[in-house]
Ligand binder design. Sequence first.
Ligand code: NAP
Length: 422
Amino acid sequence: MSYKYEKVEVPSSGSRIEKGKDNADDLIVPDDPIIPIIYGDGIGVDVGPATQQVLQAAAEATGRKINWMEVHAGESASELYDGNILPEDTLAAIREFRVAIKGPLTTPVGSGFRSLNVALRKILDLYACVRPVYHLKGVPSPVKHPEKMDMVIFRENTEDIYAGIEWEAGTPEVEKIKRFIEEEMGVKGAMHEGPIGIGIKPITEFGTKRLVKKAIDYAIERNRKSVTFVHKGNIMKYTEAAFAKWGYELAEEYGDQIIAENTLWEEREGEVPEGSVVINDRIADNMLQQVLTRTDEYDVLAVPNLNGDYLSDACAAQVGGLGIAPGANIGDGMILAEPTHGSAPKYVGQNKVNPTAMILSGRIMLEYMGWHDAADLVKDAIEAQIASKEVTYDFERQMTGATKVSTTEYTEGIVKKIQDSV
Ligand code: NAP
C-alpha cells in the first residue's frame, strides 16, 4: 500500500480486490474484501447503514464477509477535513480498493465544484453510468405491465454537452467564441443578437468506443439479446450520428458474436444464432416512446450523456420511480455504485425514507464483483419484504393494505429474509 491515509483507517482485517488480466472489468475478488463506503449527505445517514447491513447479510449468507472502510465526501468530509468536501483519502481509497459505494451528495453551492458526483466520476474516470431498470414484484407502477421493463442503460459519463464547456452570457469569453464561430468558421445567422450563452458538445471516437465496448461485453457476458445505440443523429450529424457510426465500427470487431441490424431482434427470431447479440440504433425521441410502447423489445442501451440522463429517468418512472432506481459509475476495473436519488434534505434524520435504491445499487456492485448468488439473495429478499406489505412511506401511500414502517424496520425485514433463506 503506497498511500498513507490521513484521517480514515483501513480495516485491520480483509483483503484488497485486485485487477485481473482478462478484460477491463476483470477483477480478482477475495471472500473478505475491503470496500469503501461514503454514507453521503442528508438521508445518506439512513440509507447508507441500511445498505451496509443488507449487503453484509447477503455476503455472510454466501460464506463471505465485507470489511467496510468508511470514507467521506460532502458535508461529513467538510467537518473532518477542514472544509475539503472531496479529500484525497476518499479518492485514494476508491482507487486502491476498486469497488466502492456511496449515498447521495448534496450539490454544493459556490464551492468550485459543478457537482461532487460529476467531480468523482471525472477524477476517477468512471466513464460508464450503468443503470439496470427492472420491475420488482409488488412495487407500485403507473403502467399496466411494468414487468415488461428489463433494460440496462449504459450512459456515457464524461462527454457531450455535460462536459462543462460553456460560457455565460455577457462575458468577454462568450463574445469571443461567438465571433470565432461567425467570423472564422463562417457560420452566419445561427445565433440571435443580444445576450447569449454558449455550450460545446464534444463526442469523441475514444469516448464512444470504450462505452459501447462495455455495453456489448455486458450483453455477451449476460446473454442479453440486443444492444441499441440511442442517438439524435438525424439532426446532430457530427456528434450524435458519429456516436452510432463509431458504435457500429466497434461492434464489427466482435465478428460472428454480433449481428449489426436495424431490425428489432423479435422480428428476426429464429435467425439470430444462439449466443450472438443484435446491434441496432434508434433516434432518441422515438426511443422515449418505444420504451413505453414496445418495452420488452429492448434490452441493453448505449446512449450519449444527456439523452442517457433523460432516458434512464423515464424508464425508471415505469417501474416505480427514482426513489428505488439504482445506478453505478464504472471505469476500467473500478466501480462506484450510487442510488439515483438525491439527499432529500427534508427527510434527514427521520428514519423514514426508502433505502431500496441504495441497496439495489449495492446489488450492481455485488454483480460486478461476480457475487451473483449474493446479488440474487438481495433482490429476492426485497421482493419478499414488499410482498409482506411492511414498507416505507413512499410505497405505503401507493399500495392498498400496506403498513408504513421506518427505514430501520424495513431494513431489518430484508436482512431477516436473507438470513432465513439459507
Ligand atoms: P431528491 O433528494 O432525490 O429528493 C426528491 C424527492 O424524491 C424527495 O422529496 C422524495 O419525494 C423522493 N425521494 C428521494 N429519495 C427518496 C428515498 N430514498 N425514499 C423515498 N423518497 C425519496 O432530489 P432533490 O430534492 O432535487 O435534491 C436534493 C439534493 O440532492 C440536491 O443538492 C441535489 O443536487 C442532490 N442530488 C444528488 C444526487 C446524487 O448524489 N447522485 C442525485 C440527485 C440530486 P417525496 O417527498 O414526494 O416523497
